[in-house]
Write a protein that binds this ligand. Structure first.
Ligand SMILES: Cc1cc2nc3c(=O)[nH]c(=O)nc-3n(C[C@H](O)[C@H](O)[C@H](O)COP(=O)(O)OP(=O)(O)OC[C@H]3O[C@@H](n4cnc5c(N)ncnc54)[C@H](O)[C@@H]3O)c2cc1C
Length: 395
């Protein structure tokens, strides 16, 4: 008998572990374990989104999904008293997940598969066997490497619509938050309700059909995802500290009133505030705004990037440890292949470029403007540059 252990692969279509288990011809049982380390309570919107997908999965399995809550080891031990089984699952790559799976594999017969990413762990390495830390070099190899085939047809209305209408104008529209032109697939991809292979192949086939180069920019974003996931796998210390070692010692101001103003979207910088209101109201934030509000918190408000990272963890429906940490460390210039420390987004210029007619700002601020700006942009920008410069050049 085989247990299919669903985790971040909440679908029956194009699911590698399920496909491999079905091929054995053995009796199958299906299980999902509500594990507080993965499905944490601090972000109720994300929890609900995932549990809704679990419910959808159960429906597709005709109500046969066993749903348990607790520590996976304890649960499988309890089952072991009743019958013999093997466990099939798709691999995950966060530090906690790796430890959990090692412990499960030490006690039970397990079979694990690559499904959550297009290329994993040690598939894309430098010629000396070390992981890439520069995205472009990683990407050059990533795009040449054969991807796995799909394991069954995978259909999703949001993906269908994006491939039909959005992906051919992705490059030219993706930076304008009011156009709503990105795929909005992140939350589905992160819990596996949509297969990353399907996203890739649907976009790639469209590219072969149309030769439209904008589609390649979309595919490149899927490579960024793999890149950050493999960074967290190879360098788990990045979960807690600056990837660039010398930036572990930056002294932050961490002023509580500024942090609160940032969280509420009341800094007086309209574009930043609109981004934070989008996050608070919807559980999503456009990528352009994620980069801006992160830069602003760290470089203008002088706040430790981990405080912003933790706030996103509580609010984003698409929260993912590796991508959130990668995005924050990139924006804070403490990470691998980050934006240089002296590049500090100017909220007004960003708004003039990407929300010229204020459509996005008006949508989220509803003319509810605050009492002026909480810091002087130029002064805080220069202070930050001087602070980092005085730490010496990057190695
Ligand atoms: C500070 C910060 C925090 C972030 N936190 C998260 C997070 O917790 N979870 C998350 O899924 N993404 C995160 N991102 C990456 C990115 O902002 C989102 O993936 C994207 O905005 C989701 O919208 P979409 O699905 O419409 O993306 P699209 O533009 O349609 O991109 C398609 C897919 O490519 C991947 N992708 C896109 N941009 C990136 C990127 N910069 N890095 C890695 N993968 C990417 C995602 O899987 C996304 O769904 C973060 C970025 C920053 C700057």
């Amino acid at each position: 008998m085989i247990y299919i252990w669903f985790r971040k692969d909440l679908r029956i279509e194009d699911n590698k572990a399920l496909y491999m288990a079905e091929k054995t011809g053995q009796e199958l049982k299906y299980i999902y374990i509500m594990d507080k380390n993965v499905l944490f309570d601090e972000n109720p919107r994300r929890k609900k989104f995932i549990l809704d997908r679990v419910k959808g999965l159960d429906d597709k399995l005709d109500g046969k999904l066993i749903i348990e809550e607790g520590n996976p080891i304890d649960i499988f031990r309890r089952f072991k008293k009743l019958e013999e089984f093997e466990i099939y699952f798709n691999r995950n790559y966060e530090p906690y997940e790796i430890e959990r799976d090692k412990m499960v594999a030490a006690e039970f017969e397990t079979h694990s598969f690559k499904d959550f990413v297009l290329h994993e762990r040690d598939e894309i390495l430098k010629s000396d066997g070390n992981p890439y830390k520069v995205f472009t070099a990683y990407y050059n190899k990533w795009k040449e490497k054969d991807k796995d085939i799909e394991y069954g047809v995978s259909k999703n209305a949001i993906l269908d619509d994006f491939i039909e209408n959005g992906v051919i104008k992705y490059e030219t529209t993706r930076d304008y938050p009011n156009l709503d032109s990105t795929s909005k697939l992140s939350a589905y991809i992160n819990c596996g309700a949509v297969s990353i292979r399907a996203v890739y192949y649907r976009a790639y086939e469209k590219y072969l059909d149309t030769k439209n180069e904008e589609i390649l920019t979309f595919i490149k974003q899927l490579a960024w995802r793999d890149f950050f996931i493999q960074i967290m796998y190879h360098y788990p210390r990045a979960e807690k500290e600056a990837f660039i070692t010398k930036y572990k010692n930056i002294k932050w101001e961490n002023d509580m009133s500024k942090i609160e103003a940032w969280k509420k979207g009341e800094t007086g910088f309209d574009f930043v505030d609109a981004g934070m209101k989008e996050l608070n109201q919807t559980g999503y934030m456009h990528n352009r705004l994620r980069m801006l509000v992160a830069s602003f918190l760290v470089k203008n408000l002088n706040v430790d990037w981990r405080i912003g990272e933790a706030y996103f963890r509580e609010k984003l429906i698409d929260y993912d440890l590796a991508l959130n940490n990668g995005g924050w460390q990139w924006s804070a210039s403490t990470g691998v292949d980050s934006v240089p420390y002296f590049r500090i987004f100017n909220p007004k210029r960003q708004q003039e470029r990407f929300d010229k007619d204020k459509g996005y700002i008006n949508k989220y601020l509803k003319n509810n403007f605050t009492n002026g700006e909480i810091v002087d942009y130029n002064e805080t920008r220069d202070n930050y540059k001087n602070k980092i410069k005085s730490m010496g050049e990057e190695k």
